[in-house]
Design a protein around this ligand. Structure first.
Ligand SMILES: [Zn+2]
Length: 174
């Protein structure tokens, strides 16, 4: 059985209790994400670890993986994009605190005791990770005349950062 993820989470409470969540969400339940895709099939593997760091900042470290289908902008046919997202969000309840965050964090503004829809949080992170100009990595033929002849594939270089989060490799081994 696959573990079920809650629809709503209380991020601060999860962090205070050092809890982990793992499971799967459906691509079709993320309408904003689906607008960029050629179909709504598939699932997203979600591994999240909530905790407080050594100076008491509550955070969520997450790894999201999904295969989604996007239109190749060169040949205009669907292609599979392997998304693998590592995120590290620090929960802040005052915008003034954002500037003081350690730089490895992205700020996550919350109301204290806020309960937030998990889907929307995951959807935001996935949308940030979508390639701006999806293109097949291997050669594919330009579909028509707007092919510019400029073949430098600067846009498809996905920065593959090495994850610094030991906690995520623990999750992965489960
Ligand atoms: Zn293509």
């Amino acid at each position: 059985m696959r573990p079920k993820l809650p629809k709503e989470i209380e991020p601060l409470r999860l962090a205070q209790n050092g809890l982990k969540l793992s499971g799967e969400l459906f691509v079709k339940d993320m309408p904003r994400l689906c607008e960029s895709l050629t179909d709504n099939e598939g699932q997203i593997r979600v591994d999240l670890a909530f905790d407080m760091d050594e100076i008491g900042t509550p955070y969520m470290a997450g790894r999201l993986t999904a295969d989604v289908s996007m239109m190749c902008e060169r040949c205009l046919s669907p292609m599979t994009v392997n998304l693998s997202v590592d995120c590290l969000l620090a929960m802040v309840i005052s915008e003034r605190k954002v500037a003081a965050l350690a730089e490895q964090y992205d700020p996550w503004l919350l109301e204290s005791n806020a309960s937030v829809p998990l889907n929307a949080v995951i959807e935001d992170e996935l949308m940030l990770a979508l390639p701006l100009v999806p293109r097949h990595r291997e050669a594919c033929l330009p579909s028509d005349a707007w092919f510019s002849g400029d073949e430098r594939d600067v846009d498809e270089e996905e920065p593959q950062k090495v994850s610094p989060f030991a906690i995520l490799s623990q999750l992965k081994d489960k």
